[in-house]
Design a protein around this ligand. Structure first.
Ligand SMILES: [Zn+2]
Length: 394
């Protein structure tokens, strides 16, 4: 299916090196972006008139507590993943399947859980959501050959923080083993969030050298203030901040990274569903907090929620450019507020309204999001010719 989106006011590229790109039209073919530029929409199956809204890549929430299906046992809620799509989030990265009731703690069990989760979400896309599931929970006793087996089953995420280790320093060789097998490694930071787990502070993280220290602003409880400059200045690790964390230290991280000229290290995520709840608009709130209170330019806040996550997690999305995944979100200021476009809305501390979501080149909805207020401008389907061989879910 070939889809063209035209009449776009501004293209927020998601690429932090060049966050606003010239152009008013994006063309997607076979699920991939084939052109970003200016001019009239070419002949296509579906043409969407953006109505003067802005376009940005799909939001990538790099910290989501999935289990199986579109269900969170922690909040006993069904349909949360499909609901997140209406907040512009169309990719979730598992923060490990630690919320599975009675989850296993032995090496065979955590391996089986990661592989089962990974395979369960390979073809299951609620509402168009892409879930990168299967994050091995690091537990004592896992061996190098266990990681080899996991990697051979396409498990590429590993999580430290909830294992039965005596001290957080004991994770270091396991993080190193996971990395040797090509996995992206994540480490819980801050106070303990699960009864019995210990606080993990900057010194632990610096010894472990994970790819991503999770919710450095606290998940939900923050490490001491003195530890933040250490992580910024003594490492080049990505730093994830989460909506379900400490707002003051989230802003502190943003300011420290800006001062260091390293905003590309900041990743926005939600750390939901958790005790904080189910937050379909969590990504938009954190983008808005950073822009309105944290000194982050709003188009940079977009990149922190899209291209920055994609780069660290090696995803072919998060940036609007030819060859990238055909996942696009149309955004605008919300109706009835004081602002007139999506970027000034973020600067004002408002969330953006979502006016259309396209994932894998398939429009999931065009018009009003179920979860954000109505947009000022309206997108509409200007032409629709579903190809006869189309077999996707539209
Ligand atoms: Zn978490």
């Amino acid at each position: 299916m070939k889809v063209a989106i035209f009449n776009i006011a501004k293209i927020l590229s998601g690429d932090i090196a060049s966050p606003v790109q010239a152009g008013d039209t994006i063309v997607i073919d076979g699920g991939k972006i084939v052109a970003v530029g200016s001019g009239s929409a070419p002949d296509c199956d579906v043409a969407i008139d953006a109505g003067g809204m802005m376009a940005m890549p799909r939001l990538i929430d790099s910290h989501v507590h999935i289990t199986f299906g579109d269900y969170t046992p922690r909040q006993k809620t069904v349909g949360f993943l499909e609901s997140y799509v209406h907040g512009g989030v169309t990719t979730c990265i598992s923060a490990s399947e630690v919320h599975v009731p009675g989850r296993p703690r032995d090496p065979a069990g955590v391996k089986a859980l990661a592989i089962a989760a990974r395979k369960s979400f390979e073809h299951y896309r609620p509402g168009g959501m892409r879930v990168h599931a299967g994050s091995i929970i690091l537990e004592p006793g896992l061996t190098d050959s266990d990681f080899a087996e996991l990697a051979s089953q396409d498990v590429w995420l590993a999580k430290a923080g909830f294992g039965a280790f005596a001290t957080p320093y004991d994770y270091a060789p396991y993080v190193a083993m996971a990395k040797r097998h090509g996995m992206i490694t994540m480490v819980h930071t801050g106070g303990s969030s699960i009864p019995g787990s210990m606080g993990i502070w900057a010194d632990h993280v610096l010894k472990m050298q994970p790819d991503v220290p999770y919710h450095v602003n606290g998940g939900p409880i923050a490490m001491p203030d003195a530890d933040f400059p250490r992580l910024v200045n003594e490492s080049d690790l990505a730093m994830q901040i989460c909506t379900a964390g400490n707002l003051r230290t989230a802003l502190l991280v943003a300011k420290l990274l800006k001062a260091a000229g390293q905003e590309e290290r900041l990743l926005i995520a939600t750390d939901t569903p958790t005790g904080t709840g189910v937050m379909p608009l969590g990504m938009l709130y954190t983008m808005s907090h950073l822009a309105a209170l944290g000194g982050v330019a709003p188009e940079i806040a977009v990149a922190m929620a899209t291209g920055n996550n994609a780069r660290i997690y090696r995803l072919n999305s998060g940036v609007l450019a030819a060859g990238r995944d055909g996942d696009i979100v149309l955004v605008d200021a919300c109706l009835g507020g004081s602002q007139n476009d999506a970027l000034s809305a973020l600067n004002n501390g408002d969330i953006m309204g979502v006016g259309a979501v396209i994932t894998d080149g398939v429009p999931r909805f065009v018009g009003r999001s179920r979860n954000t207020p109505e947009t000022i401008r309206k997108a509409r389907v200007a032409q629709c010719r579903i190809p006869q061989n189309f077999s996707g879910e539209a």
